[in-house]
Design a protein around this ligand. Sequence first.
Ligand code: GLN
Length: 474
Amino acid sequence: MKLNELTIKEAQTGLREKKFTAVELTQACLDRIKERNKDLNAFITVCEESALVEAARADEMLAKGTDSPLTGIPFAVKDAICTAGVRSTGSAKILDNYTPPYDATVIKKIREQGGILIGKNNCDAFGHGASNENSMYGPVRNPHDLSKVSGGSSGGSAAAVADNMCIFAIAEDTGGSIRQPASFCGIVGMRPSYGRNSRFGIMPMASSYDTVGPMTKTVEDMAIVMSVIAGADKLDSTTVPEEVPNYESNLNLDLSGLRVGVPKEYFELDGLDKEVRELVEKQIKNLEKQGATIVDVSLPFTKYAMAVYYVLVPSEVSSNFGRLDGVRYGVRAEASNLFDVYANSREQGFPEEVKRRIMIGTYALSSGYYDAYYKKAQQVRTLICLDFDRVFSEVDVLVTPTSPYAAFELGAKSQDPIALYLADVFMSPAACAGIPGISVPVGKNKAGLPVGMQVMGPRLSEVLVMKVANKITQ
Ligand code: GLN
């Protein structure tokens, strides 16, 4: 096995047993990036020099015995997350030249442990998308089939982990951007509860929805990274003060007595692919065989989640993106007056989808339409939260497909924004409610494309959600 193919756990052990060095491990990832990035386009920036310097430092920490769980482990970061001294574009030309002076809190925590930042991943611009085709740096291709999308918006991170260009990645999930590309590329991805991980230094998309989470090769690796990055942060007042459990200590769970809910609305969807349904149902049987009690449940407000999401998220986008005006950060377009500075910088610096969302959100927030759209959507969002509260008094976790289908052809939906919005159908409910959801691979369809299954739990139930996910075997 090549070094870049290792999991975090295996790499940790190998580094500590001195079977190889952090420099060798990092070099193996850099070599893989060199070989594959021209086909996949998973990285916008590769930190070749600084990664090797950081790796040498990690080797010193390991030699001195001052190492921590992520010392010497190469990781990649979605380009919509700020990294000190490393260009962070958000995959939009308006920030083409932007190098943040600080690390996002979650990145700082990993780098302080000696984790090695190997590069920045391509994504849909600022996280707007479900196929990675809204990037101004070109689409990311799926490592399992180059004619297919990698999913989005964290498609570059998913492809990088799946193709062994790094050992793990950190990405952002507003409405599915970690879970859906994880499912399309056959890896593990978790959206944690809202407020569990600090959002400080994440380029804000929709602040009441945004979460940061890991993308890994195994559930065990997910637990290792979560133990490092989770927790309250004085720089993000929406983080919760609850203590961070040791996610890693005991991932084994006796499933007897566990109530696993199967929400009928997710399985009745017209567009649910037959092979996806079969692979997920096989896993539900598998959980039952291991002792879980399967309970049919209903979440009647699920059907409104997409509509709620696509009113509230653009509203928050329209407000958050006021800061990107060509004056304060990034690229300033040529213009003879102030108005044109704003207009030209945004015209040239944003892709269509970002402009569309700013306009939809501005409309939904305008005084004439606020009550009809924004306020109504907030009210329905509360009903979606109450749906989950009720169902979690009946069951411990919920299982669903992550996406209604496996990865689709590049270009198949890129001309139809609504079709792309619908790709989030199984992921936006958890996003509206701020609960955790993890996607784990459950096998491949006949075309050889990975399929993912989602496990959701009540707020702050990441430990349970990971334990159940760990019982799912392909
Ligand atoms: N597909 C969703 C959207 O376009 C997901 C975004 C995200 O989670 N960042 O809004």
